[in-house]
Structure formats: C-alpha cells, structure tokens
Design a protein around this ligand. Structure first.
Ligand code: NAP
Length: 484
C-alpha cells in the first residue's frame, strides 16, 4: 500500500478520473503544503456512481448474510494488516499524532467492519399474533443506495461507521469523505478490491461539499442519507432531503459539558479531563470543552489540570512522542484564534496557552499549530461558552450545587455528550438522567461499545447510529400481515 499523489474516484470497482478532469490540492496540516491532489468531482460523477450502485444492488442485496459478512470480515482483517500504513496516511492527512491514529482511528475502523459483519448474523425479526385474526411479521429489507457524508476529524473511523452497517444489510453505497482528508478513504478502496467486495457496492466520490455533497443529497435515487458534520451543514442537508422524503440521520456538532464534583477521584478526573479536552487537538465532536468544577475543589483542580496540560507535547504529528499535532487547516486555525480573542473580550482570562507556538521543527515551520488553551472567568452564557470551537480550547467555571451545574450543562443549543466525575452513585444516576445529551459518561470518556445507540440531542442531531439502531436505520421495516 502506498500513499498515492493523485486521489481518484472509486466507481464500479475502478479508480477513475473525475468527469470534469479537475483536482484540488490536498494540504498536509503539519507543513501547510500540498502533498497530493484529490478529485474535484461534481454531479456527473455522482450520476456514474448511482448507475454503478444501482446495478450492484440487485445481487448484493440478495446475497446471504453469511456471504456479505465474510467479505466485511476480510475488509476488517486487511485494515488490521495495513494498520501502520493507514495510521501514517491518516496522521499526514489530518495532522493528528501518529500514535492516536494508530491506537484509536484505524483499530476502530476495523472494529466497525467486524462488528456489523457479525451483527447481521444475529438479527431477529419481530412477530405479533393478533388474537385469532392475523399473524404479523416484520420484514427488514435493504433500502437501496445510501449516501454517506463524513467530516475530516476522524476520517476513516467515521466513514467506516457508516459504510459497514449500510452495506452489511445489503445496501450499496456512495460515500463522500471530506475533501480535506481523503487519503484513508482512498486506501480503503484498494482494501475493498482485495477483499473482493463486488464492484459498485461501495463507490467513493471525492470533492467539495457544495458540489459532491449537495449532489448526493439532491439525487432522487439515493434514498438514505447518513451525514456527520457541523450543525450548519446538517441544516442544509435536512433542507435538501426533506422535499424528497429521504431517510436521514444527522450527527452534528457539540459543546460538551464535563462536570467535576468535589467528591470525584480527582486524579482520575484530571487525567480524564485532560484527555477529553485535548485529544486530537480538541477536534473530536465528543471532546468536553466546557468544564464545570464544584467550588470547593475548583482551585486544586484548575492548578493540577493546568500543570498536567502544560506537559502535553505539541509537535510534528509523525514524531512518536507528539501528543498534540496540527489543526486541520488554516480556516480552522483562524477560527480557534478568533474564539481565543473573543473569550478575552468577553472577560475571560487565559490561564494557559492562547497563542501559536514559536516553532515546532523545520519541516513544520508553516504548519497549523495551536497549543492547549485554558480559559477561566467567563460567564456561562457567553458566546465562547455556547458556540462550538472545535479546537484545543476549553473554559473552566466553578459551580455551587448539583442543581446549578445541571442548569449550566443544559444551557446550550447542543446536546451531544457529557462527562460526570463523582464517586456518589446516586448523584451519578440523578445527573445522568437530567442532562440533555445523547451520551453521558460517568468517570470515563470515549468508552465505546458498538452495541449502544449513539447520537446527539437538540442541535447535535437526529437519529441514532450504532448497534441495532444502525441496522434498522439502513433497512426498511415492512409489516406482513397474514390472516389466520
Ligand atoms: P462540515 O463542514 O459540516 O462537513 C461535513 C461533510 O459535509 C464534509 O464532507 C463536507 O464537505 C460536506 N458538506 C459540506 N457542505 C455540504 C452540503 N451542502 N451538502 C452535503 N454535504 C456537504 O463539518 P466538518 O468541518 O468537516 O467537521 C466538523 C464538524 O463535524 C464539527 O461540528 C463536529 O462537531 C462535527 N462532528 C460530529 C460528529 C458526531 O458524531 N456528532 C462526529 C464528528 C464530527 P467539505 O469537506 O468539502 O466541506
């Protein structure tokens, strides 16, 4: 497997030029320089992908689950075999530390294929006897062509989280990775060929959201849309899909609260909070960016949190020792800087970080770096505390009671995930029940069991992915009612 300099589309089992013949530069965030080119496709490429996916659907959807399972398991095995090359490609493409790509993104991509490959061997169909009148059973059928649109922060992990359930249940798929981070999706195509996934079952079309993404959501033959990205884009996707009555899942942004009670195991809470604040430079939708600490533990927590955070090594993502890599692009870096400025205008104090590091190394001289930044002294309702920054910037605010912190946590348009640190079991249950987020982690963060539903509340999205919910999302449940 080699990192190719020209990323083409993958349609009907072949790598093909985009119809318009145009390419975009693919920039390495750590250096700020182009290192490959990616197809700049448009609606004509989506038409070709739809034709291929439509042709493949008839056979693929009829294949016994065990056969589909075998192919998906082969894909999982090949991702594991190529873990090192995939991790390196992902690190170069996204700017994330190589160690994170190696331990999180790529293994989880393999797990996604393995999980759904085996899940389809254990599904059940419901049956209901209606007295002496009728016998009903639920027939779950693949829906046809699924359009899968994903963001740049965890490119292979999130794309495989959609591809695996979609094709496992017999759909064919057209996937669009973010144009900022296309490399691992491209490498996955080679893996699919080696795993003998039939042509046309998975098609990957590269390009911008406004050209390729919009063409997917507008295409009348793509009846299912699974989208992960920002809330503003999610709104556009919902608007495009609604008049066509598409089935849509939206996994959107977050501004996640991380609540530390004074009775928490503070060592664990500090270590967990440093991770949940700054993993992948804070560019994980599930990162906790609003920390709330009970007043009696506030000073101790802030001092120790800052001490631990300041020891994180910001560096070249390809350096094994690096813990904080680059921000994905200049626009995102500018956004981070904008919010750090805004926080100060809103009365916040920069307790750590706040300006770009002077130098990383010669190779990364022009890269997009920003250090972990901690802001204190802000009111809960200010913009910095309400809007998603999606970078290595967190705020810390003290609270006085359980009631107050629940109000703080919920005083936000988003509702993706939260963390609660406490040793009081009753409190953990009480608080978890009242926080409006799709996931509540208690004394942990980012622990994932693929069987559980995953998704956000409020402006963080609709629909649930993961486990049986994903299999249901990608199938049509038909009721067959037979008179007795
Ligand atoms: P984004 O700008 O919304 O883009 C997401 C994807 O949508 C990209 O592939 C993008 O293509 C495409 N797109 C853009 N405009 C489109 C349109 N009009 N129609 C269809 N597709 C379109 O998000 P991002 O900046 O890549 O990712 C960061 C965001 O994702 C954050 O808000 C983060 O919280 C969220 N996120 C959520 C989850 C979750 O599970 N809830 C997970 C990860 C990330 P281009 O790249 O070409 O613009």
């Amino acid at each position: 497997m080699k990192i190719d300099r020209k990323i083409q589309n993958f349609i009907d089992g072949e790598f093909v030029e985009p119809v318009g013949g145009r390419y975009l530069d693919n920039i390495e965030p750590a250096t700020g320089k182009p290192y490959s080119q990616v197809a700049d496709s448009d609606a004509r490429d989506i038409d070709l992908a739809v034709a291929a996916a439509e042709k493949a659907f008839a056979d693929w959807s009829k294949k016994p689950a065990a056969e589909r399972s075998k192919i998906l398991l082969r894909i999982a095995g090949l991702i594991e075999r190529d873990l090192e090359e995939l991790a390196r490609a992902e690190s170069i493409d996204t700017g994330k530390p190589l160690s994170l790509a190696r331990t999180l993104d790529i293994p989880r991509a393999a797990s996604n294929f393995r999980f759904f490959a085996t899940a389809i061997l254990h599904t059940q169909s419901e049956a209901h006897i209606t007295d002496n009148v009728a016998f009903n059973y639920t027939l779950r059928q693949a829906r046809g062509i699924a359009g899968l649109i994903s963001p740049w922060n965890l490119p292979l992990y999130l794309l495989s989280w959609k591809i695996a359930p979609a094709i496992a249940v017999g759909n064919t798929a057209i996937a669009k990775p973010s144009e900022l981070t296309p490399m691992t999706a491209y490498l996955l195509c080679e893996i699919c060929r080696e795993a003998q996934l039939p042509n046309g079952v998975l098609n990957i079309v590269h390009g911008t959201g406004s050209n390729v993404g919009a063409a997917i959501t507008a295409h009348p033959k793509i009846g299912t849309i699974s989208f992960t990205g920002g809330t503003v884009t999610g709104k556009k996707v919902a608007e495009a899909c609604a008049p066509l009555f598409k089935k849509v899942s939206l996994e959107l942004g977050g501004k996640n609260p991380n609540i530390i009670f004074a009775d928490a195991d503070l060592d664990a809470a500090i270590a967990g909070s440093v991770r949940s604040s700054f993993a992948n430079q804070g560019q994980i939708c599930l990162c906790g960016s609003r920390l709330f600490v009970e007043r009696s533990a506030y000073k101790d927590f802030v001092d120790r949190f800052i001490e631990k955070t300041s020891s994180l090594k910001v560096g070249d993502p390809l350096d094994e020792k690096t813990e904080q890599g680059a921000i994905v692009n200049k626009a995102q870096l500018d956004k981070v800087k904008f919010y750090v400025d805004l926080a100060q205008k809103e009365g916040g104090k920069i307790a750590l970080g706040g300006s770009a590091p002077e130098s990383i190394n010669e190779r990364c001289r022009d890269g997009y770096f920003f250090p972990p930044t901690v802001i204190t002294g802000l009111p809960v309702s200010c913009r910095t505390n309400r809007e998603e920054i999606f970078g290595p910037v967190v705020t810390i605010t003290p609270f006085d009671s359980e009631e107050e912190v629940i109000e703080y946590a919920n005083d936000c348009d988003y509702g993706l995930a939260s963390s609660v640190w406490t040793q009081n079991l009753n409190r953990a249950h009480r608080v978890a029940e009242r926080i409006s987020t799709g996931t509540v982690w208690v004394n942990c963060w980012l622990v994932r069991d693929l069987r559980v539903p995953f998704g956000g509340m409020k402006a963080s999205g609709v629909g649930r992915e993961g486990g049986i919910e994903a299999l249901h999302f990608f199938t049509e449940a038909k009721n067959v009612c037979i008179a007795r």
